[in-house]
Design a protein. Structure first.
Length: 279
């Protein structure tokens, strides 16, 4: 049974996969695909500043920055470049588009309409992953255009699921809110750990101990939330004794102008910025 399950996890792409951009997220995706058994000989990476780890993969057959005329039609083109370079980068990819090519974009802010204008008649999936993808614990929200077939959607799901959970939406208008919650969300959690450590130091803890306690507490609570079937509100309630120390702190955090109001304002600001960047 174990061998059968392992075989089912092997990732197979029906042709060449072209990864455009191998920064942190592009590299995280590539590493996950290779761990799932994707043949490096099927992979082309276009990256002007490749890391040593990427260059080393050439020994396994990965093609790094080959001439476009040698690539041919791609089965999948994954767009992982920074959104500001997209207008210059995308037109160079048109020779790689075939009748069945899937374009999978993880660029923040770049809409399906923008992508379709640069890559006419392409089947396109717009996706927003987040940084926990680097350890296989990410979550990605994906939205297809009308040209994406069921088989292409399944392929996109496999590629994205290599780094964690995948959710699909049909309303692209939700993507700015998705970006504000899950795309930017890890930074909010890291800020919580930073702030909690500073608060511990202000309460008299040695700096090293305060930072260790904050880091372990945020990480452990996140793992508990991940593993538990209970929702976040119930887990919070379970550690809050009436009239106790946690309740005293939550009276501040949940009071007027507290965490709920701040995060609502923060997410709204991030979503607005996403809309502004998209034009």
């Amino acid at each position: 049974m174990a061998k059968t399950a392992q075989r089912r996890r092997i990732l197979n792409v029906p042709g060449t996969l072209v990864l455009v951009g191998a920064g942190k997220m592009g590299s995280a995706l590539l590493a996950s695909w290779l761990r799932l058994g994707l043949n490096p000989k099927k992979v082309v990476v276009i990256e002007p500043h490749p890391a040593k780890e990427l260059t080393a993969l050439k020994r396994r057959g990965l093609r790094l920055n080959p001439a476009s005329k040698t690539i041919g039609a791609a089965a999948v083109i994954v767009l992982a470049v920074k959104p500001q370079v997209a207008p210059a980068a995308l037109p160079t990819l048109t020779p790689l588009l075939g009748a069945k090519t899937l374009v999978l974009s993880i660029m923040a802010g770049r809409t399906l309409r923008f992508l379709a204008q640069a890559l006419p008649n392409a089947a396109i999936v717009r996706a927003m992953p987040n940084t926990p993808a680097a350890i296989g614990r990410g979550i990605t929200v994906a939205c297809p255009n009308a040209r994406v077939t069921a088989a292409q959607r399944a392929l996109a799901h496999q590629l994205l699921a290599a780094t964690g959970t995948v959710e699909w939406i049909d309303d692209e208008g939700l993507m700015d809110a998705v970006t504000a919650v899950s795309g930017s969300g890890p930074a909010y959690v890291f800020l919580l750990a930073e702030t909690l450590a500073r608060a511990g130091k202000a309460a008299g803890l040695p700096a090293a101990l305060a930072e260790k306690l904050a880091r372990a507490t945020v990480a452990g609570a996140g793992e508990l939330l991940h593993r538990s079937e209970l929702d976040a509100a119930t887990l919070r309630s379970n550690v809050t004794s009436p009239g106790g120390t946690t309740a005293a702190a939550l009276d501040v955090l949940m009071g007027e102008g507290g965490l709920d109001a701040l995060l609502t304002k923060a997410v709204a600001a991030a979503a607005k910025r996403g809309r502004d960047l998209a034009g």
